[in-house]
Write a protein of this length. Structure first.
Length: 311
């Protein structure tokens, strides 16, 4: 099987592990920088080129699309889909998950547990927004932020108003969320592949920090999910249409609350915390999908019987 990992950096841990896992299982695997891919759109014959070469003969792709190039990266994934290439995640699901507001709206509509969240455009609405999410302390998030960047904890109403007005002044779209005190600076990441949780870890924020992201100095340890936590992770992934993702949840007094669903989850933290070969789980999933596609294409079409004319 010929697999391409769509990534801007072939030296990243996650990219390297996916290539290694694919090659260990006997596949040809290489990295394509999706920013340097370009498409040809013709009637009945879509194509993709990379640095002057046609790369249309790929069996499967693993999108690792950076947040800053979501639009272009998703367009490249969509082009591969038009060509019949199997993708670890559908392009539409990637764009859904990257828009934090849209993601929260979809999960809310499905009845999945979430922190109370507010969204507005004008500074005149700040007081009501703060009340809406249960008062202070509260969490303010930039919509396009990743890895804990653009996330602020405001402990007083005055601080919240100042931060919100500052973000609005920079033209940033933000979400305002209730602060879940009982989570105590910890969250859970469930790694979902093909409708199954293949690994889970608990991330703990470093002292003096409320963000538990490993990029912010947090630590990780293996955790056994409760039945409700596992079901919540699988439902969140399914509602967004993601087949490979990391579902981030908080443990609260009212059950698991989904913070975010990541369509390009990192492998380093989850593999080290669980001591599991998560990369190979992703490759195994692609193998099943390609095999299923090939079987469907090889299956002969049944000829319809001509109706017997009535006398």
């Amino acid at each position: 099987m010929k697999i391409a990992v769509l990534s801007t950096n072939k030296n990243l841990y996650s990219t390297r592990r996916l290539v290694e896992a694919a090659q260990q299982r006997g596949h040809q695997c290489f990295v394509l920088d999706h920013r340097q891919c370009y498409v040809g759109i013709r009637q009945g014959k879509p194509s993709i080129h990379y640095k002057g070469h046609d790369v249309s003969d790929i069996d499967a792709i693993i999108p690792r699309i950076g947040a800053s190039v979501t639009f272009y990266g998703s367009a490249i994934v969509r082009q591969f889909e038009l060509m019949g290439v199997v993708s670890a995640n559908p392009s539409q699901a990637i764009t859904r998950s990257r828009d934090k507001l849209r993601c929260m709206q979809i999960l809310s509509g499905a009845g999945i547990g979430l922190p109370i969240t507010g969204f507005a455009r004008h500074t005149s609405d700040v007081d009501d927004l703060v009340t809406m999410v249960g008062g202070v302390p509260l969490v303010i998030k930039v919509l396009e932020g990743t890895q804990g960047i653009g996330v602020v904890l405001a402990e007083t109403k005055k601080a919240a108003s100042s931060v919100i007005e500052a973000f609005y002044g920079m033209g940033k779209n933000i979400l305002i969320q209730e602060y879940i005190k009982e989570s105590k600076g910890c969250d859970i990441r469930a790694f979902v592949v093909g409708g199954k949780v293949v690994g889970a870890m608990k991330r703990v924020a470093k002292e003096g920090e409320f963000r538990s992201n490993l990029h912010r100095g947090g630590s990780a340890e293996i955790i056994k999910l409760s039945k409700e936590e596992k079901e919540t992770a699988l439902r969140a992934a399914a509602e967004l249409g993601l087949t490979v993702c990391g579902v981030d949840m908080l443990q609260s007094d009212r059950g698991p609350l989904v913070l975010e669903v990541n369509s390009s989850p990192g492998l380093e933290g989850i593999e080290k915390a669980t001591e599991k070969d998560i990369a190979s789980k992703v490759i195994e999933y692609l193998e099943r999908q390609v095999e299923e596609k090939n079987r469907a294409q090889a299956k002969p079409l049944k000829k319809k019987k001509k109706p017997v004319p009535s006398l």
